[in-house]
Design a protein around this ligand. Structure first.
Ligand SMILES: NC(=O)c1ccc[n+]([C@@H]2O[C@H](COP(=O)([O-])OP(=O)(O)OC[C@H]3O[C@@H](n4cnc5c(N)ncnc54)[C@H](O)[C@@H]3O)[C@@H](O)[C@H]2O)c1
Length: 347
């Protein structure tokens, strides 16, 4: 089986690519390197460009006529940026996805897995959500993902596509073999801040301690990125059956809510050095959070998360140590790519 992974040079897409390759599925990467790394993409057949570049999609399809499906990870993902610049998000995540789907279907590629998000859910009283729970996207980012799900659902209803929208909860960790991981050295989420605090020997600040959770801090469902990747391999296996134009949404989490205080505790246990914790008021846009009910993923995908929060902490820390060398290599590759493009432009 061969699969096109858009955004395959990003954190999650590159991990999916490794997991596919480990399981006998050949990945082909399409990425514009706006946040993704060339170092991640070059391990496989790869194309630099935009998902909305119809001529490029035609070229990829012509060069790989055996592509069976697409895993569509490419997107802009920073929530506050989406609030300040919604048009950029609706353009990149929605309009360009529509263009991509038109190019794919024109080339006979009709099976799609979408990287979707659990951030579109409105958490109920016990913070647990299943796929039928109320959806109320609070940011342009979450709304953009909800819109693409709708596009897929309508296209499936018209017989054009078979699609799975996988709603990820909070990915943590890195490829356990450390081939890839989070490429941003200064992530703003809780785990990133904990790593920064740990490395600096500084306290970690829990922002927002008045939520109606068991200890007042926000609650998330931290799912190891390798488990997420495994779920995509399971989902691709479903495409082995005859084409059936349907759209299905599936939660990917662990089924366990972890509060920020609990994450800090697990972090300290994994490193062997307890993290000193301080508290502060919530930041703008903070939400109480939710955790996944994952019966549907078990039933439909036959998937079960295997890795713990402690595994995620250990892999994230090991990757953070490796990252500076990876980014140096990336800078060299980028400089080479630019000088090649410059000299081709002059010819
Ligand atoms: N990281 C999370 O917490 C999280 C949670 C839920 C869902 N998701 C979804 O997972 C997907 C991957 O997220 P990630 O964390 O790996 O982010 P990322 O920024 O590491 O990856 C996104 C990739 O898409 C590429 N890209 C963006 N726009 C493009 C375009 N127009 N054409 C070609 N390439 C483009 C970027 O260069 C990057 O490599 C996204 O769709 C995101 O919405 C992420």
């Amino acid at each position: 089986m061969k699969v096109l992974i858009t955004g395959g040079a990003g954190y999650i897409g590159s991990t999916i690519a490794s997991c596919c390759a480990d399981n006998g599925i050949t990945p082909v990467i399409l990425d514009n390197y706006s946040t993704g790394l060339r170092v991640f993409a070059r391990r496989f057949d790869h194309y630099e460009g935009d998902i909305a570049d119809a001529a490029l999609i035609d070229r990829i399809a012509a060069e790989h006529p055996d592509i069976d499906a697409v895993v569509h990870c490419a997107a802009m993902i920073v929530v506050p940026e989406s609030v300040s610049n919604p048009l950029a998000y609706y353009d990149n995540n929605v309009a360009k996805s529509v263009s991509l789907l038109r190019s794919l279907t024109r080339n006979g590629i009709r099976r799609v897995i979408l990287s979707s998000t659990a951030s579109m859910y409105e958490p109920g009283e016990d913070f647990m959500v299943d796929e039928s729970s109320a959806v109320r996207p609070l940011s342009p980012y979450a709304a953009s993902k909800h819109m693409v799900e709708r596009v897929l659902a309508d296209s499936a209803a018209a017989g054009e596509l078979q699609a799975l929208s996988l709603r990820y909860f909070n990915p943590i960790g890195a490829d356990p073999e450390l081939r890839t991981g989070l490429q941003n050295p200064h992530p703003t989420h809780a785990m990133g801040k904990m790593i920064e605090a740990h490395n600096a020997g500084a306290p970690f600040t829990v922002t927002g301690v008045q939520w109606p959770t068991r200890d007042g801090s926000g609650l998330r469902d931290y799912v190891h990125v390798w488990d997420l990747a495994r779920a995509h391999v399971a989902a691709l296996a479903l495409f082995g059956a005859p084409f059936e134009p349907t759209h299905t949404t599936i939660n990917l989490g662990t089924g366990q809510g972890t509060t920020v205080f609990e994450l800090a505790e697990a972090f300290g246990e994994a490193t062997g050095t307890p993290l000193e914790v301080r508290t502060a008021p919530p930041r703008d846009g903070d939400v109480v959070g939710s955790a996944a009910r994952i019966e549907k993923a078990r039933r439909v995908l036959g998937w079960e998360p295997e890795r713990s929060v402690a595994d995620g902490v250990r892999d994230a820390l090991a990757w953070a140590e490796k990252l500076p060398a990876v980014l140096e290599e990336e800078a060299e590759l980028k400089a080479k790519a630019h000088s090649k493009a410059h000299s081709e432009g002059q010819q």
